[in-house]
Design a protein around this ligand. Structure first.
Ligand SMILES: *Cc1c(COP(=O)(O)O)cnc(C)c1O
Length: 388
């Protein structure tokens, strides 16, 4: 490895994400949206909520979008729409943010972890197939870090066993998957229901909590809408069709999201440029792997995640980066089956060995649309130093 020349300090402070800078660039539009909602006074289910849902649906190739309060509620509502019974099993990846399993567990369903692919970080279809039992009713896949899980294999598996497929698309809004017929589908629209989150740090983030459900099925969209609004029949006030939640996206957040949605394609392209530059500068570094590009998927790079060859090397790289003013994060340090809250499921250490190994060896570098080429070069130069 050729030692790179290293600037003494980062060209500008490097952050994991830089929302103030992102917002400054669209300040006038955000201010106008804010003031308009203040004047209109319709803070719950105001016109912006449906307008945002329609605009996001157009962005996602004509999907139906049902806004809700956050990405975790979206997962819960998606599962509620399936009419499952307590104890029914839902297959989830062992390597994910905890919300994926939590949504099933809180409904009295049984989350059944299955291992992931070591290079794509996503649910391994063969492991998911092996986890199917007579009580399995659904598979919940996650498009981790911004890249689609193998939706062709998972769709086929779900269809072959009569299971529902739910896509947790909190990290991959706008990513696409190439279907067997050659057409591309947006992540979140291949399963019966897709879910997403507008948590501020997500690729499309609001200024608080927010989420949405995605579906191609009109009737299911109506059910999801009712579930998110106290089970109230659409258009029939105080008639409650089913048990639901109070899970709504604030009008204010919807208005702000409408502004941000107009920049999502541009921001995604900027993330992809950062990732391509990291790839070019880091692919030949011994002892680490740059993220694999899964054939068939585009990648919207919510995270740019390296895999090191041991936990000690991962921790050493994180400390080395820190000493040079570069933040990095381990998403995620503990797999679902090793979380204290999920001990009752009865799994053992070592049971999902890929997930456990990834928890010990992954490290996500800073990536956001405002990261400059000079900053990426500095991060890469620090990684390429030989003294860590
Ligand atoms: C962020 C996230 C969620 C939860 O979204 P909230 O809006 O914070 O509830 C769920 N799943 C994944 C994979 C996420 O990244």
């Amino acid at each position: 490895m050729t030692p790179a020349l290293l600037p003494l300090a980062p060209p500008a402070p490097i952050r994991l994400l830089d929302l103030p800078a992102q917002h400054a660039a669209i300040q006038a539009e955000l201010d106008a949206a804010l003031h308009r909602v203040l004047q209109e006074g319709a803070f719950i289910q105001g016109p912006d909520v449906q307008l945002f849902a329609d605009e996001l649906g157009q962005y996602l190739g004509g999907a139906r979008v049902v806004p809700c309060a956050n990405g975790t509620d979206a997962l819960q509502l998606a599962l509620m729409s399936l009419g499952l019974a307590p104890g029914d099993e839902v297959i989830v990846p062992a390597f994910t943010y905890v919300a994926t399993a939590e949504a099933a567990a809180i409904l009295g369903l049984r989350p059944v972890p299955a291992d992931v692919d070591p290079r794509t970080f996503n649910l391994d279809p063969a492991a998911a197939a092996a986890a199917i039992t007579p009580r399995t009713r659904a598979m919940l896949c996650v498009h981790l870090y911004g890249q689609c899980a193998d939706l062709t294999a998972l769709r086929q598996l779900a269809d072959a066993h009569g299971l529902a497929l739910i896509e947790d698309n909190a990290q991959a809004i706008g990513a696409t998957w190439q279907l067997p017929d050659g057409t591309a589908a947006y992540a979140g629209t291949v399963g019966e229901v897709g879910t997403t989150s507008f948590f501020p740090s997500k690729n499309l983030g609001c200024l608080g909590d927010g989420g949405a459900l995605l579906t191609r099925d009109e009737a299911r969209a109506t059910v999801l809408y009712e579930l998110a609004n106290h089970g109230q029949a659409r258009g029939r006030k105080y008639v409650h069709q089913r048990l639901g939640l109070n899970s709504r996206l604030d009008t204010l957040q919807a208005a702000l999201l409408r502004v941000k949605l107009t920049r999502l394609a541009e921001w995604t392209a900027a993330r992809q440029r950062v990732a391509a530059q990291y790839d070019a500068l880091l692919a030949d570094v011994p002892g680490l792997l740059v993220p694999l590009r899964q054939p068939g998927s585009t990648h919207v790079f919510h995270q740019y995640t390296l895999t090191l060859n041991s936990e000690a090397r991962r921790d050493a790289l994180q400390q080395h980066l820190q000493r040079h003013g570069i933040p990095s994060v381990v998403y995620y340090p503990v797999p679902v089956h090793r979380q204290p809250a999920y001990e009752y499921l009865g799994y053992q250490a070592g049971q999902f060995s890929v997930a456990e190994q990834l928890c010990r060896t992954v490290l996500s570098l800073p990536i956001h649309p405002g990261l400059t080429a000079a900053q990426v070069e500095y991060v890469a130069a620090v990684v390429r130093m030989e003294n860590w």
